[in-house]
Design a protein around this ligand. Structure first.
Ligand code: CMC
Length: 430
């Protein structure tokens, strides 16, 4: 294979280096294209643009492969905890026993939020969306760490901020939920691990202690692990873009949360439940909705089916399906909406339209039904995604900052507006 790509434009030939990733991914380095030729590339949605070299996550949509630092997510979901996964993503290797103990202790120690921050929650209306609250609170954390928000933090300072963020995000999320239902906040407990601690803060109340069930912990842990990174998606790219200006990690993550909030990104699991509720309210006729999904004129799609990258199956969905089955069985859940979801899945998977177009249930189909079974309210679904994605965002921000050639993100555009046009005084305008 040639090691240069040739571009012929205006009769001149330019040569650009070819970059091959460790898994054989191919790219053309066009960084000097504009300087050489005066041209830029146009790639709406960046679908063909590699914005960085990264060693964090490998994804192959054709082969349904997703690996963090080389380790298949199937192994991580089976054998690792969320904290180990976070360590792996952020530090590039699995922690030793001593490293894991130290890391876990740091989470316990840092899980409380500053008492002053509790006043912020009081300022929000009960209907305030938890994603808006989460992003504002994470941005506000910068106010409590003035010594940590300088442009070039040391390695130790980055470690400290990332632990603060990972430890406190679940406390903030749970407090936002408690505020929305008008219940008193439940403080983090030092005797509980990451996921049980979060569940306890969400669901315990002064009148009703929360019984922590292993099957629930396992299901939520799997959701967090499987959402922990997905390379250059919209929110992670937002974190990198904001961070490329040397904005601090709190500000960069806050931007990532806002990017994740959109229904095309972190909101799809919510859309699954809303679709099921619609089918239920309409009499539960699944065949009617399958027919609608196949009829282009209706613009209706089965939410939670299909994926832009995974054209075989979504490897995350396979794992979550098993967790969902275990959860329903052990909890003896009897929820008509969940029954509807299972029937829909069964019918769609046998339908030739879905088979031919390779439309399988994606991660959001199962995460939506698991979160509902656990009792997480629908508007908190994207918040669960944000907690899970936090290690990935931190790892990417850290990786970018450690690049000695870090450049501020600054795409170009092709201007299509007016050419030179002069100011017209108000009295002469028509
Ligand atoms: N229901 C019915 N038909 C569908 C669906 C669906 N859910 N998804 C795709 N199709 C059809 C589509 O109409 C098209 O048909 P045709 O070839 O006849 O025009 C064909 O399948 C290919 O669809 P596409 O839109 O070209 O595929 P895409 O890769 O651009 O879209 C997708 C992927 C996820 C946007 C799409 O499958 C979809 O809208 N799914 C429902 C929403 C959803 O569940 N989103 C969550 C994705 S997972 C998020 C994550 O990983 O973070």
């Amino acid at each position: 294979m040639t090691d240069k790509a040739k571009l012929i434009v205006d009769g001149k030939t330019y040569e650009y280096p070819i970059i091959i990733g460790t898994e054989g991914e191919k790219g053309i380095d066009i960084s000097s294209l504009r300087k050489d030729s005066g041209y830029i590339t146009f790639d709406s949605g960046y679908a063909n643009t590699g914005s960085c070299l990264s060693s964090i996550t490998f994804l192959d949509g054709e082969k349904s492969i997703l690996r963090y630092r080389g380790i298949p997510i199937e192994e991580l979901a089976e054998k690792a905890s969320f904290i180990e996964t976070a360590y792996l993503l952020i530090y590039g290797h699995l922690p030793t026993k001593a490293e894991l103990e130290k890391y876990s202790k740091a989470f316990t120690d840092q899980s409380m939020i500053h008492e002053g921050m509790k006043n912020f929650f009081d300022g929000y209306p009960l209907s305030g969306h938890p994603m808006g609250i989460l992003s504002a609170m994470i941005g506000s954390m910068a106010g409590y760490y003035p010594e940590l928000i300088k442009p070039n933090p040391s390695k130790e300072e980055i470690d400290l901020i990332s632990v603060e963020l990972l430890a406190k995000v679940r406390t903030i999320a749970a407090f936002a939920y408690k505020k929305s239902i008008g219940e008193p906040y439940v403080y983090p407990r030092h005797d509980l691990k990451y996921v049980p601690n979060f569940l306890n803060m969400m669901f315990a109340s002064p009148s009703k202690p929360y019984e922590i069930k292993e099957v629930v912990v396992n299901a939520l842990m799997a959701i967090f692990i499987l959402h922990a990174d997905h390379e250059q998606n919209c929110s992670t790219s937002s974190v990198r873009l904001v961070g490329s200006s040397l904005a601090n990690l709190f500000a960069s993550i806050s931007a990532g949360i806002n990017a994740l909030w959109g229904p095309l990104h972190g909101g799809a699991n919510q859309a699954v439940i809303e679709m099921l509720q619609k089918i239920q309210a309409d009499g539960g006729d699944i065949h009617k909705y399958i027919t609608m999904a196949k009829d282009k004129s209706t613009k209706f799609r089965l939410m939670g089916f299909g994926h832009r990258i995974y054209k075989n199956h979504d490897p995350r969905a396979k794992i979550l399906k098993a967790r969902a089955d275990a959860l329903f069985k052990e909890l003896g859940i009897n929820d008509p909406l969940l029954d509807l979801a299972k029937q829909l899945e069964e019918i769609a998977l046998k339908d030739s339209y879905f088979i031919e177009k390779k439309l399988y249930p994606n991660v959001d189909f199962y995460s939506g039904i698991i979160l509902r079974a656990i009792g997480i309210p629908v508007n908190m679904f994207p918040v669960m995604f944000a907690i899970g994605r936090m290690p990935g965002w931190i790892a990417h921000w850290k990786e970018m900052l450690s690049d000695p050639n870090i450049k501020i993100g600054r795409p170009r555009q092709i201007y299509m507006g007016n050419t030179l046009n002069h100011f017209v005084p108000l009295e002469k305008r028509e």
